[in-house]
Design a protein around this ligand. Structure first.
Ligand SMILES: O=c1ccn([C@H]2C[C@H](O)[C@@H](COP(=O)(O)O)O2)c(=O)[nH]1
Ligand SMILES: [Zn+2]
Length: 164
């Protein structure tokens, strides 16, 4: 009698996989307070692009400021490219129409504009710690008006260890 070998049952789900990849991308960020990662996926679950928050090419991580407060020109906010925008700009393959974005932080209003214009139709986000700020309220207003669906990732509690 031949015993049929069945597939593993503890493999990770698509959402775990892509949110995990977004988290890993965020680990490249040099921002001391918020590391944000993003992963863009096609309708048939192929990774199209990734990004994290950081300064534009040529703007040194050691020279540009990482401060959150102080004189505006000496804070990071005027310089940092957000993870979602980096992921959109990093894509070299043409259209993102119908794509899905996994991102560890709810996108701000500026990222929402780029998401809408790029054709991304679904956002799966991690934390929403800036939910009460004008940037996120405006973001949701635009995403709702444009028919971009968003839902919060539900952590499964599963942990992985990667040896580097
Ligand atoms: O849509 C967003 C919003 C913010 N970010 C980045 C930009 C900054 O590097 C941090 C936020 O810094 P705080 O110190 O938490 O204010 O997150 C992003 O990538 N995408
Ligand atoms: Zn943003």
């Amino acid at each position: 009698m031949i015993k049929k070998i069945r597939k593993r049952s503890d493999y990770i789900t698509w959402d775990e996989y892509f949110m995990g990849v977004a988290q890993l991308a965020g680990m490249r960020s040099k921002d001391p307070s918020s590391q944000v990662g993003a992963c863009i996926v096609s309708e048939d679950n192929k990774i199209l692009s990734m990004g994290y928050n950081g300064f534009p090419i040529g703007c040194s991580d050691d020279d540009f400021p990482w401060a959150r407060e102080g004189e505006e020109l000496e804070t990071k906010y005027l310089y940092v490219t957000h993870s979602e925008l980096n992921a959109i700009l990093n894509y070299r393959g043409g259209s993102l129409e119908g794509a899905k974005l996994y991102v560890t932080l709810f996108p701000c209003n500026e990222c929402a504009k780029a998401i809408i214009q790029s054709g991304i139709k679904t956002i799966v986000y991690g934390n929403d710690k800036y939910a009460n700020t004008p940037a996120v309220i405006a973001s949701k207003r635009m995403l709702d008006a444009s028919g971009v669906r968003y839902y919060q990732y539900s952590p499964t509690g599963r942990e992985i260890t990667i040896q580097l």
